[in-house]
Ligand binder design. Structure first.
Ligand SMILES: [Zn+2]
Length: 288
């Protein structure tokens, strides 16, 4: 009875709307019943909760077990870590191996220009200006790994720049070599790979040289092998290379061969062909 009554109460006013409020107005006995019901309800309601908690607890336990299982795995991982790290390194090294193979392809003892280290080294020392006019300082830099004698390269460049047939006879300029960082011009001898990078945005295609901003970049492939049209006169071609690119630095643009069988203008792109003109390295030597 009491159960039903309180049950009814529970249905009408207790459980759904303001249950607690109406219960406070009830008698103690009803309180007990309601409380008992509430306890029962709690048990019933709590049951899935308990079950859920149990499952959570089970999961937690399982989780702990997993962690506990992972821990030894984790402690094993450091031991195995050097192995996977070592494997990619080997994989990474393998594709790089063919590069040295390429260096062996040029016949005989020809210097290597195919492997680019990308690192430049300044040739130490200086060569005083030979004139008294506006001094233009330059610094010679050579890509590390290019098998040339830095001092010899610097000497050849200075000889060309101060030659009586050179730009000093055309412009009021005196070239002085320095190894200081504040040089007016950087004359760089680099592999085709680095030449292409240093010449951007110009396209040197791994074959030609350039002048960009304060950089005169001489392609080591050309410095060492010149071009067929020079018939083995490598020193002459080197002088052309230096004078042509430094000519750009002095403000000169390109010119063309206008009269075949006469000296090619130094500002002609001779590396791309002489168009019937003769090899020429000097700005003072012109077609007559
Ligand atoms: Zn040019």
């Amino acid at each position: 009875m009491t159960t039903r009554r309180s049950g009814q109460r529970g249905h009408t006013s207790g459980r759904r709307r303001g249950g607690r409020h109406s219960r406070r107005k009830s008698y103690k006995g009803q309180w007990l019943v309601v409380t008992a019901l509430a306890v029962l309800g709690t048990v019933v309601v709590a049951h899935p909760d308990v079950a859920h908690r149990n499952s959570l607890a089970a999961q937690a336990v399982a989780g702990v077990n997993e962690v506990a299982q992972e821990e030894p795995v984790a402690s094993v991982t450091p031991r195995t870590t050097p192995v996977p790290v070592a494997t990619p390194t080997q994989k990474f090294t393998t594709p790089l191996r063919p590069a040295p193979t390429l260096t062996r392809k040029p016949k005989g003892a020809k210097p290597n220009v195919l492997v680019s280290t990308g690192k430049l080294a300044v040739v130490p020392g200086s060569d005083k200006a030979t004139g008294v006019r506006d001094k233009m300082t330059y610094r010679v830099e050579i890509e590390q790994g290019v098998s040339v004698n830095g001092a010899a390269v610097a000497a050849a460049i200075h000889k060309t720049l101060t030659d009586p047939r050179g730009w000093q006879a055309v412009h009021p300029v005196s070239f002085e070599r320095t190894d200081r960082v504040d040089a007016d011009l950087r004359i760089i001898l680099a592999t085709p790979t680095l030449t292409d990078k240093l010449c951007l945005p110009l396209d040197t295609g791994g074959e030609v040289s350039c002048r960009v901003e304060d950089r005169v970049v001489l392609n080591a492939k050309r410095w060492l092998y010149a071009i067929p049209a020079y018939n083995g006169k490598v020193d002459l071609y080197r002088s052309y290379l230096v004078n042509h690119e430094v000519g750009h630095a002095l403000g000169h643009g390109h010119s063309t061969c206008t009269t075949p069988k006469t000296p090619a203008p130094v500002m002609m792109q001779q590396t791309k062909g002489l168009a019937g003109c003769l090899p020429n390295a000097w700005p003072t030597v012109k077609a007559t």
